[in-house]
Design a binder for this molecule. Sequence first.
Ligand SMILES: *[C@@H]1O[C@H](CO)[C@@H](O)[C@H](O)[C@H]1NC(C)=O
Ligand SMILES: *[C@@H]1O[C@H](CO)[C@@H](O)[C@H](O)[C@H]1NC(C)=O
Ligand SMILES: *[C@@H]1O[C@H](CO)[C@@H](O)[C@H](O)[C@H]1NC(C)=O
Ligand SMILES: *[C@@H]1O[C@H](CO)[C@@H](O)[C@H](O)[C@H]1NC(C)=O
Ligand SMILES: *[C@@H]1O[C@H](CO)[C@@H](O)[C@H](O)[C@H]1NC(C)=O
Ligand SMILES: *[C@@H]1O[C@H](CO)[C@@H](O)[C@H](O)[C@H]1NC(C)=O
Ligand SMILES: *[C@@H]1O[C@H](CO)[C@@H](O)[C@H](O)[C@H]1NC(C)=O
Ligand SMILES: *[C@@H]1O[C@H](CO)[C@@H](O)[C@H](O)[C@H]1NC(C)=O
Ligand SMILES: *[C@@H]1O[C@H](CO)[C@@H](O)[C@H](O)[C@H]1NC(C)=O
Ligand SMILES: *[C@@H]1O[C@H](CO)[C@@H](O)[C@H](O)[C@H]1NC(C)=O
Length: 277
Amino acid sequence: ALEKKVVKSKVGERVSVPCCHEIPSSESLHKYRVYWQKNITDVVLAYSEGKMISKHKRYQNRTEMDPRNLTLWISPVEILDNGSYQCIVQRNSIVVCDESVILFVTADFSKPNITTEGSADSCESTEKMIICSSHGGFPKPKISGALNNVSVEWNASWVSESSLSPYNVTGILVFNLTKDVNITCSVEYNGFAKSTSLLLKKPNDCIDPPMPPPYNVITASIIIVITFILAITLAARYLPRHVCSHCCKRQDLEEEGVKDFTKAPLSDKGTGETSSV
Ligand SMILES: *[C@@H]1O[C@H](CO)[C@@H](O)[C@H](O)[C@H]1NC(C)=O
Ligand SMILES: *[C@@H]1O[C@H](CO)[C@@H](O)[C@H](O)[C@H]1NC(C)=O
Ligand SMILES: *[C@@H]1O[C@H](CO)[C@@H](O)[C@H](O)[C@H]1NC(C)=O
Ligand SMILES: *[C@@H]1O[C@H](CO)[C@@H](O)[C@H](O)[C@H]1NC(C)=O
Ligand SMILES: *[C@@H]1O[C@H](CO)[C@@H](O)[C@H](O)[C@H]1NC(C)=O
Ligand SMILES: *[C@@H]1O[C@H](CO)[C@@H](O)[C@H](O)[C@H]1NC(C)=O
Ligand SMILES: *[C@@H]1O[C@H](CO)[C@@H](O)[C@H](O)[C@H]1NC(C)=O
Ligand SMILES: *[C@@H]1O[C@H](CO)[C@@H](O)[C@H](O)[C@H]1NC(C)=O
Ligand SMILES: *[C@@H]1O[C@H](CO)[C@@H](O)[C@H](O)[C@H]1NC(C)=O
Ligand SMILES: *[C@@H]1O[C@H](CO)[C@@H](O)[C@H](O)[C@H]1NC(C)=O
């Protein structure tokens, strides 16, 4: 029965706070007294006999009231406007209604910024410090996150000039980077959330030195390749003479004929090789 109405708004926006009575079209505001109060004691706006009789300094030029449904409009909304608003309507000095509405004011946080502390390629330790920060929001947020979908606890700290000022939040996480991880950091406030993800790769160069097999394989391959090249060079140098000493003159002539035939088109290119032949 005492369930209170709730209105959410962001700093700088225009918000409507509903009242509990609508004046029928047969009547006008002139027969009524309307009080919009905040936190019981502060009068935000008051009307009597159709005229504004009171206006709070802090709300000056930021408020309006609908003359029919008595809705209070606030624009632009400020953090200090957060709180409970009470609408009291009287007709001929008899209270028609009296109701409170809670206004929750929110200011957006910046998209979280994730940074890694220390030299990223340090091979001495796999321990990494991750810092997630976000600023300029309201109210005081929660910071949560996940490493590869597994939720983690951030060590959070908040900075604010007062309990009704924007907050800056920083979360710190220390963990051992033993495989590639996807880090997500979320800042949550009044049912809103902003998050950022960062893919952190395990440094590769650190694991290689204590594993000699790849090195040996590379050395062996190089030796094999060099041996092969040497063998081909030697074969190219000595094999033709060896063959020629056994072959007959006819074959020699045929080969020379072929060489002469190929000489013509090759000499066109003027390569050193053909001219030497
Ligand atoms: C009050 O009236 C205004 C305009 O006449 C309308 O925008 C608003 O939604 C109304 N509010 C309620 C609570 O009926
Ligand atoms: C409401 O008023 C009381 C006393 O009048 C004060 O202590 C309290 O801080 C006020 N709350 C807000 C949100 O202004
Ligand atoms: C409200 O508006 C009037 C007229 O536009 C201006 O003279 C006055 O300084 C304003 N008050 C505030 C608090 O901004
Ligand atoms: C905003 O006002 C509501 C109602 O008074 C209160 O419950 C809430 O704590 C306030 N929020 C902040 C951040 O002060
Ligand atoms: C994130 O933080 C780093 C280090 O503090 C800074 O250089 C960088 O500009 C920030 N990025 C954003 C988007 O705020
Ligand atoms: C992460 O978790 C969500 C729900 O918890 C699931 O739908 C998604 O498939 C998961 N992703 C990976 C990569 O495990
Ligand atoms: C959180 O950080 C504070 C200060 O940086 C430190 O004293 C505290 O031990 C940390 N808590 C955890 C659980 O790491
Ligand atoms: C919050 O962060 C912003 C931007 O980094 C900075 O200008 C501001 O002074 C910080 N506020 C507080 C209360 O530290
Ligand atoms: C990371 O690993 C080192 C050595 O294995 C260990 O001493 C340290 O406590 C670990 N840190 C975390 C945050 O798990
Ligand atoms: C990291 O995880 C978040 C949330 O689970 C997801 O949205 C994002 O696409 C992932 N990023 C990468 C690079 O896998």
